[in-house]
Each structure stands twice: as structure tokens, then as C-alpha cells.
Design a protein around this ligand. Structure first.
Ligand code: SF4
Length: 686
């Protein structure tokens, strides 16, 4: 049987997959991100392409409807809300699971034709603090390096990242590199001991959110031990003195680490030229996530260890297309192509290229604020695409109520029974992985094709087509007359041609003019892909930042003060090895359910003894707005006063285990990213 070359739909590693309609799945040996490897989730993809539970026809008020009826109703309700209450009375909440082409048309419709920037994405829960940190330091949302840097580094520092479970193929590449070069050192900075810690030469179990204190200390020591790259800083960096003053003013004791541990880390980092610092949700999902990102970037900028082989900060993304969404402007505070909503030249160029009647001129509502606006009655029509916020958002029960409060809600999804779909007036059946085609961008800026190898089941349609259908019925016909994802991509690349004059990092103008055959044959390619054929494998080795003066900014950042009251626990939520998001796909593969079959809470033996908790005791974990009930797993892998609970379980699989019900909707003030790893909760036997 012939196999189709496509891309895994799970994490931001973006592994190449060979797939066939009979469910055979193999790693693509020619894909430069995974070279044929697949993790447990990727390997089980063939078991998830069942039609069980699929939404196969449009539904209006829980009754089967035709596409014509359903999309006409969506167009009518959105148009009526805009007419009566203005463009900001409607909103889209989309997903890093969407393909770039889907994202592109959704963003075009909202920002260029409706005239609002109320389009936000579940990437807000994932990467927003990295985006904000990048923009503050570099002037753009740029990941400077490549996956090869992990292998070429002499020191890899993993911060707030359980790479072994959340980005398994990158972890495997790291394991292989360390085996080949045993002198390579790995440091794991995480309050919790995880599978990733097994690879570490040094595990630093810091207190939650004390990353800024640790990296500020490192910066102060870089300066006092003469390790600053004075030449690089003088030529390429602003803000060094202020950042250093803030660093010298912060207290490393808040990390809870011993003096010996701090010194080991400091010496290792300073004395190793080739350092890569990989960071993920433990950094981002915090009320101080953006400052933590900048504390890390400061150390790399001060030493000039950026953009050279085996050196640099590296944000690993959670979702398959978190990067693609950022590139087309799928966040409420961004335009397309890494341009700025606040910049009139940027707006004019995009509006002209789209031939759009309007262009959003102010930031829209970020995820938490968007659902608060729903609760407050400000959103009159909401469209949720390919995501399940009634489970995945913090304060999830109130988010569900907020969605219910919206007069008209549309959900497009592949499944008929999701917590969010249950709240919809209109359900639209979307094509799933293997059935639709498009592109995704992974964490190392590599654009890869997802290709269909299955027929569209029932009446399902790809998301880009659904959005275009509604846009046309809203009266925006010509601008949405795409007949294939290749046509959408061609317009996107042409837009890049128009915006290349701004000299931003993101540039795919070299792909403008791609025809259907070229698009179909497109190999995994890292951006930028400029019109003259040039690219930049690594950014910033010689400066060239994207602030007006081409210099980077070091930010003065201060560690937060977290008041411990001795009664509450610090709740850390996260993923397990074999499940993905709210389990809508992975739970369909029996072998993936065998690893950890039900929700649980890792709790330290000291706390268990104090509260009279035994292994497998049912625990109630309560936040201000809601609670979850899960079994205790007593382990010294978590620190006393903290618990870890996985975030995957939904009403369908274990209603009591929906831990985001207990998480308060606290956000980072710069990025708007929710603090999904920092909720204060109480814990008691159930
Ligand atoms: Fe898929 Fe990520 Fe596993 Fe690769 S590492 S196979 S992209 S889940």
C-alpha cells in the first residue's frame, strides 16, 4: 500500500509521518526533525482514525441540518451582532490544532472583514509568554536556533520542561547526542522530578516560579566573574546595566536550592561556551512567565551565546501549529506575518493586500478576558474552532457557564460529544487529521505539509472551507473564493511578498507563486524563505535584532513574591506521556490508555502523612471556583506543599478529574497567559 508523507498532529516537535488508509503509520526517515523516529502517541495514530464518536453532519439546536442551513444561520447571527453591537461584539476562539491555511482565513475574516481583533487561540495557554518575551528582547517573536543545536551543545539546560514526555523525539535526540558525547552535560530545572530528570547530571528542584531569581543570580555572576561578552553587548544590546542592577538586587535564596547546587549550576553555565537553554510550560504557564523568559534571554544576550551552533535560548512549543498560528497573526494582539496591529504602515499594507474594507486597529480580547467578556454579556456571537475551552481553560466550570451565556455559539470540531460542543447552538463537522491538507510550523520554524490520505467522512469539511463559506454568506465573497488549501497558501505567501519590505524575521516570499503541484510537493522547509532564495539558519549571532536600532533589549526583571500561608498547596498541572490535550484523539488508542489510566495527584509523603492520605485515597482538590476529585499517588518526586495533577481528563472520560475547574483565571500581565501551573488550592481526603 502506498504511504502518504504527512506530519504528526500532536506536539510542536512536528515529526514527519508516513501514513496509509489502512492505519499503517511509520516515522518519515527523510523528515529533518525526527529522521524516522516516532513517540508512543505518534506511533498510535493509526488507531485513532476511527469514525467512532465523529460529528459527521451539521447540527442546529441539536437537530441535523444541511450545510446551507447551518452556515446561513452562522452568517446571519454574526452579521446581526456586528450590525447591532459592533465588530467587537463577536469573537473566534481557535486552536494550535488548526492548519496554517485554516488560521489564515479565520484571521483574515476577523481582522480584515469583520474589523475586530477578537480572535484568540489556545496557543495563549501555551506559548504567549514566550512570544511576549521574544518581542520584548528581540523586537519580534523569533526562535533563534534549530533542533541541531540541542545535539551540538556541550551544556543543555532544561527549564520547566518535561521533554521526555511532552516532546519525546527531541528528548530521544538529546539522549542519543549525550550517548555519543558523554561529556555533554544536562541540567534539569524543575520543582518536580520527572522522566526528564533521568538524563540530568544535575537536577535543580527549585521552588515554583523562582526561575527569575535563579537566572538573575546567574546574570549577576556572569558579570562579576568576567564572563560578559563586552564586544557583543556593546554592539548589539541595550539595557544591560538596568538588567544587571535588577539581577544584583534579587535574592537567590527564594529558589530553595543549596549554595552548592547554585554554585554547580553557575560554574557549569559560565564555563561552557556552547549552552542551549530549552524552556517550556513551566516557564510560560505562570503569572510571571514573560519575566521568566526574559531572565533566561538576558543571560544568553549578555554572553553573546545566541544564534551560533550549539548556543541559544530555545522555546519548545506545545502544539503542532502554535508557530503557524503566530505567523498568520492568530493571536488577538498580532497582525499577520509578525506585524504589529498598532503600526499604521503595517495595517495599511495588510489591508491593501487583502483588499479588505476595514482592518482591526486595536488588540482584541485574550483568552481569559475573552471568556470573561462572554460571562459579562459583551460577546453576542462566538465561534470555537477545534478546541475544548470548557475543559482546558482555567476556571473551566465558569468558562462553560460563560459560553452558555453567549446568545449564539458555534463549535466546529471533529467530535460530536465534547464539553464545549454540548453548549453550542450550531455544531459544524470538521475534517480531521488524515482527511485534510495544509501546512504546520514546528518549534524550529520548519514548515511541513499535512496531507490527506483518507476520504472526507460523512459531510465533514476542512476548517478553511467552512470559514470561507460563512465569510461568503456574510457578503465578503471575492476575498474568500478559495478552492483549495494551495490557493490559501499562495495568497499567504503573496502577502509575505507585500510585507517583506518591513524587514521582519518572518518571510516566506520565496514561496510566492507556488502552484498546486509545487505546494503538493513542498518539502519540510525552515523559514525565512526570502524572494531571493536566501534563508537564515540561526538568528542573532551578529546582532541584527528587530527593534528600530537593530539592537536587542535586556529587561530588568524582578522575582515575584509568593506568600506561603501553610494551608494551601501549589497546584502544578501538566501532561502525561501518552495522552494529548483533552484526550479527544489519544483516548481512542487502547494502548495509550494503559500507561496511566485515570487522573491522579502526585503528593509528597510528608503531606500525605499530615493529612492522613494513603496511596489511591480519593482527594478533593479545591480552588476558589471549583474542584476536582482524583486518586493520590504518594511520591517524593513532588515537593512538600505542592501537588501535580494531569490536565487531560474531561466529562467524557472522568468528570471528577477535570482539574482546570480548580485553577483560578490568573494571568501574566504582559502576555495574558494563564498561570496553569501556579494555582493555590486546598487538598483533603474525599
Ligand atoms: Fe508526534 Fe510530538 Fe511524538 Fe513527534 S514527538 S511523534 S510530533 S507527539
Amino acid at each position: 500500500m502506498s504511504m502518504t508523507c504527512t506530519t504528526c498532529p500532536y506536539c510542536g516537535v512536528g515529526c514527519g509521518v508516513l501514513a496509509s488508509a489502512d492505519g499503517t503509520i511509520k516515522g518519515d526517515p527523510d523528515h529533518p526533525s525526527n529522521f524516522g523516529r516516532l513517540c508512543s502517541k505518534g506511533s498510535a495514530l493509526g488507531e485513532t482514525i476511527t469514525l467512532e464518536g465523529r460529528l459527521l453532519a451539521p447540527m442546529v439546536n441539536k437537530q441535523r441540518a444541511s450545510w446551507e442551513e447551518a452556515t446561513a444561520l452562522v452568517a446571519e447571527k454574526f452579521s446581526a451582532a456586528i450590525k447591532e453591537h459592533g465588530p467587537d461584539s463577536v469573537a473566534f476562539y481557535v486552536s494550535g490544532q488548526l492548519l496554517t491555511e485554516d488560521y489564515y482565513v479565520a484571521n483574515k475574516l476577523m481582522k480584515g472583514f469583520i474589523g475586530s481583533a477578537n480572535i484568540d487561540t489556545n496557543s495563549r495557554l501555551c506559548m504567549a509568554s514566550s512570544v511576549a518575551g521574544h518581542k520584548r528582547a528581540f523586537g519580534t517573536d523569533t526562535v533563534p536556533g534549530t533542533y541541531e543545536d540541542f545535539e551540538e551543545a556541550d551544556l543543555v539546560v532544561l527549564v520547566g520542561s518535561n521533554l521526555a514526555w511532552c516532546h519525546p523525539i527531541l528528548f530521544q535526540r538529546l539522549v542519543a547526542a549525550k550517548q555519543a558525547r558523554p561529556d555533554m552535560r544536562v541540567v534539569n530545572i524543575d520543582p518536580r522530578v520527572t522522566a526528564t530528570s533521568d538524563l540530568a547530571d544535575l537536577h535543580l528542584a527549585i521552588n515554583a516560579d523562582s526561575d527569575t531569581a535563579l537566572f538573575n543570580h546567574l546574570l549577576a555572576e556572569i558579570a562579576s566573574r568576567g564572563a560578559v561578552d563586552d564586544d557583543y553587548v556593546a554592539k548589539n544590546v541595550n539595557g544591560f546595566a538596568d538588567a544587571l542592577a535588577a539581577a544584583q538586587d534579587s535574592d537567590v535564596s527564594s529558589t530553595g536550592l543549596s549554595a552548592a547546587e547554585i554554585e554547580d549550576f553557575t560554574k557549569l553555565w559560565i564555563n561552557t561556551e556552547r549552552v542551549v537553554t530549552i524552556y517550556s510550560q513551566g516557564v510560560n504557564q505562570s503569572a510571571v512567565g514573560t519575566d521568566k523568559v526574559n531572565a533566561i534571554l538576558n543571560c544568553h544576550l549578555a554572553t553573546g551565546r545566541i544564534g551560533r551552533a550549539g548556543m541559544g535560548p530555545f522555546s519548545v512549543t506545545g502544539q503542532p501549529n502554535a508557530m503557524g498560528g503566530r505567523e498568520v497573526g492568530g493571536l488577538a494582539n498580532m497582525l499577520a506575518n509578525h506585524l504589529d496591529l498598532e503600526n499604521p504602515d503595517h495595517r495599511d499594507t495588510v489591508q491593501t493586500a487583502w483588499n479588505a474594507p476595514v482592518i482591526a486597529d486595536h488588540a482584541g480580547l485574550k483568552a481569559v478576558d475573552l471568556f470573561q467578556a462572554c460571562a459579562d454579556g459583551k460577546i453576542k456571537a462566538l465561534w470555537v474552532m477545534s478546541t475544548n475551552p470548557a475543559v482546558s481553560m482555567p476556571d473551566a466550570a465558569n468558562v462553560a457557564q460563560a459560553i452558555e451565556n453567549v446568545p449564539f455559539t458555534v463549535v466546529s470540531d471533529i467530535l460530536k460529544d465534547t464539553d464545549t460542543g454540548a453548549l453550542a447552538d450550531v455544531l459544524l463537522p470538521a475534517a480531521g487529521w488524515g482527511e485534510k491538507s495544509g501546512t504546520v510550523t514546528n518549534s524550529e520554524r520548519r514548515i511541513s505539509r499535512q496531507r490527506a490520505f483518507l476520504p472526507l467522512p460523512g459531510e465533514t469539511r476542512p476548517d478553511w472551507q467552512i470559514i470561507c463559506d460563512v465569510a461568503q454568506k456574510m457578503g465578503f465573497g471575492e476575498a474568500f473564493e478559495f478552492t483549495s488549501p494551495a490557493e490559501v497558501f499562495a495568497e499567504y505567501a503573496a502577502l509575505s511578498e507585500a510585507t517583506a519590505k518591513f524587514g521582519k524575521d518572518f518571510d516566506i516570499s520565496g514561496l510566492a507563486g507556488l502552484d498546486e503541484a509545487d505546494y503538493d510537493a513542498l518539502k519540510p522547509t525552515q523559514w525565512p524563505i526570502r524572494a531571493n532564495g536566501s534563508t537564515t539558519e540561526r538568528f542573532f549571532a551578529d546582532g541584527g535584532f528587530f527593534h528600530a536600532d537593530s539592537k536587542a533589549k535586556m529587561l530588568p526583571v524582578k522575582p515575584p513574591k509568593h506568600a506561603e500561608n501553610g494551608e494551601t498547596f501549589r497546584l502544578n498541572t501538566g501532561r502525561i506521556r501518552d495522552q494529548w490535550h483533552t484526550m479527544t484523539r489519544t483516548a481512542r488508542a487502547p494502548r495509550l490508555n494503559q500507561h496511566l489510566a485515570e487522573p491522579f495527584a502526585e503528593i509528597n509523603p510528608t503531606d500525605a502523612l499530615r493529612l492522613g492520605i494513603k496511596d489511591a485515597t480519593l482527594l478533593r482538590i479545591s480552588g476558589e471556583h471549583g474542584s476536582a476529585v482524583v486518586r493520590a499517588m504518594i511520591t517524593s518526586k513532588v515537593q512538600a506543599g505542592t501537588i501535580f495533577v494531569p490536565m487531560h481528563w474531561t466529562a467524557q472520560f472522568a468528570a471528577s478529574g477535570r482539574v482546570n475547574h480548580a485553577v483560578a483565571p490568573v494571568t501574566d500581565p504582559v502576555s495574558g497567559q494563564p498561570a496553569l501551573k501556579g494555582a493555590d488550592v486546598t487538598v483533603a481526603p474525599f
